[in-house]
Design a binder for this molecule. Structure first.
Ligand code: UDP
Ligand code: MG
Length: 337
């Protein structure tokens, strides 16, 4: 996956040659990941434009075409020829939703970055309310789904279970029932895009970054056309990324289980010894105690190893130790940021 990321960055650099130097810097950058959305993107673009026009400030729409195999690419290119605010990043193949969001944020030059799905499940009409909160001083305004329309019961159930599991497993507050639909201030965007880690669970990283965060409740609409690109296998992968990036609790489970097993093994051993001394014939308890103790010790060993693996993992991720929002009359002499 490290290799993939390198390729990704190269693709991004190749494309950057045709960038937007000399133009005035937009206030708002809207990032839209697109994977096979030919039936909706024109409508999405129109609706986004009519909402953004009303904000009366320069903006850009960055469509990240994540290796679509339908006509999305040519539609997007036509849109961008007709309209200078429409910008397109094309991936060389499908790298996945999170990578597309990341690339869009890498490219965005606005003071506020808005990430929104291409399928109009997240209504663009919410954006002005996000902007309002941003102007009140919030650095991250995330959309919280109070209801989801037009999604299968299975999807609703798995999504709900996912967010709740994540909340139990991790130490940081990853808000429940929020997707990637959010507004992010420039400084938070800079922090997140500078994090070098490879498995990127964007919602987690943004939550981890801190700053002033606010929720905005909205109703998630059904997809306008096409079908979901998140089958079960992808959802499982996303949740594995989320858990392994933000929690080392699973690494501790063998330790607890091993400790419990070894302890019950020792207890069984003592009981069977006591019975033998009392003159009873030897029984299976003796065998049990040996198996329990042995397995318990092995599991404990794995658990201890897990503790070290988790430390190594922390180091390898190279997340900053802290993020400074502002400092008065101080100059930094070394940096762990
Ligand atoms: N998407 C993407 N790459 C992928 C899968 C999805 O860029 O590999 C985009 C997709 O076009 C959409 C957004 O990510 O704009 C969310 O995907 P989808 O609507 O399929 O997910 P769901 O809303 O069903 O969770
Ligand atoms: Mg969707």
């Amino acid at each position: 996956s490290g290799h993939e990321d390198k390729i990704l960055k190269q693709v991004v650099c190749l494309d950057a040659a045709g960038g937007s130097d000399g133009e005035e810097r937009p206030v708002y950058s809207v990032v839209i990941p697109v994977y096979n959305e030919q039936d909706v993107i024109s409508t999405t673009c129109q609706r986004l434009k009519s909402v953004m026009d009303r904000l009366q400030a320069p903006y850009e729409l960055i469509f990240v075409n994540d290796g679509s195999t339908d006509h999305s690419r040519s539609i997007l290119e036509t849109l961008s020829v007709e309209d200078p605010t429409v910008k397109v990043v094309n991936f060389s193949r499908n790298f996945g939703h999170q990578a597309a969001v990341e690339a869009g944020m890498d490219y965005a030059s606005g003071k506020a970055v808005i990430v929104i799905d291409a399928d109009l499940q997240d209504p663009p009409e919410i954006i002005p309310r996000m902007v309002e909160k941003w102007k009140q001083g919030y650095d991250v305004v995330y959309g919280k789904r109070v209801a989801r329309r037009g999604e299968t019961r299975f999807k609703l159930w798995t999504a709900a279970a996912f967010y709740r599991m994540l909340r139990r497993l991790t130490d940081i507050e990853i808000p429940v029932d929020t997707g990637d639909f959010r507004l992010i201030d420039r400084k938070v965007c800079d922090v997140v895009t500078r994090m070098p880690e490879k498995a990127r669970f964007m919602r987690g990283l943004v939550a981890w970054a801190g700053f002033r965060q606010a929720a905005l409740e909205y109703v998630r609409e059904p997809r306008l056309a096409g079908e979901t690109k998140y089958p079960l296998s992808r959802m499982v992968r996303l949740s594995m990324d989320a858990v392994t990036s933000f929690s080392d609790k699973p690494l501790k489970w063998p330790l607890y289980a091993g400790g419990a097993l070894a302890a019950s093994g020792v207890a069984a051993l003592l009981i069977s010894m006591w019975r033998a001394l009392a003159g009873a014939r030897s029984d299976l308890l003796w065998l049990c105690s040996v198996i329990l103790t042995g397995n318990g010790l092995v599991l404990t060993g794995i658990g201890i190893m897990g503790q070290y693996v988790s430390r190594i993992y922390d180091e390898v991720r190279q997340r900053p130790l802290y993020i400074v929002e502002s400092a008065r009359r101080l100059k930094r002499t070394s940096s762990h940021e």
